[in-house]
Ligand binder design. Sequence first.
Ligand code: GLP
Length: 238
Amino acid sequence: MQIKHIIAANPADMARKAANMIAAQVLMKPKCVLGLATGSTPIGVYAELIRRCREGDISFRDVTSVNLDEYCNIPAFSKNSYRCYMEENLFTGIDIAPPSTFLPDGMAADFDEECRRYTELIDRMGGIDLQLLGIGMNGHIGFNEPADVFTMDTYRVALSKSTREANAVHFEDGMEGMPTHALTMGMRPIMQARRIVLVAGANKKDILEEALCGPVTPRVPASILQLHPRLSVVYSET
Ligand code: GLP
């Protein structure tokens, strides 16, 4: 196990440090596959990448992106969808080709089929070069919620009450409009990513410690990351 801990003084510093790693990945391999995450924590990272792209320091022209997850039964054009989050917080601000940005289709008629398609899609890309992750208060990554087993490939997951409550703050109609299910990448493509950058704010101190220093268990999904050979954790102290 080799975890690189990068302590950031504050959220802006965290965003800069995580963006440094993503930018380095893109510079090193312009035609790379980036695994992307949603939530509040990566927003500053994306803002930093947009700034660097606008200033001409990096280009995402040849990058392919693949997101961790999407809500079920929320149309892509809805403000609440992760597709919309990605468009607003990253894609429209950088020069990535829109057809090269992928998320699971939460409106698919057949979710099993969609999960298979997404798994195969990631495999066809040759896997992920760098996966950006956040962490949920209960230790979830993507939407891999605490469970009895680690699920390997894309699947439809029932969201836990605590996750729904935590994420309802981003929904205009709060818990009312909050979906019960999501499609999420499983642990295999995450663990096969050549490099992982996990960003976490000071509010995640306890769960981060449990995930990185406690036993590896599907009850704390992020604990599996202890087995990843190239994990960098960028933690903001404030
Ligand atoms: C959602 C996402 C996760 C993310 C988590 C934490 O549940 N599916 O990928 O890590 O939120 O989000 P935040 O950064 O807002 O705490």
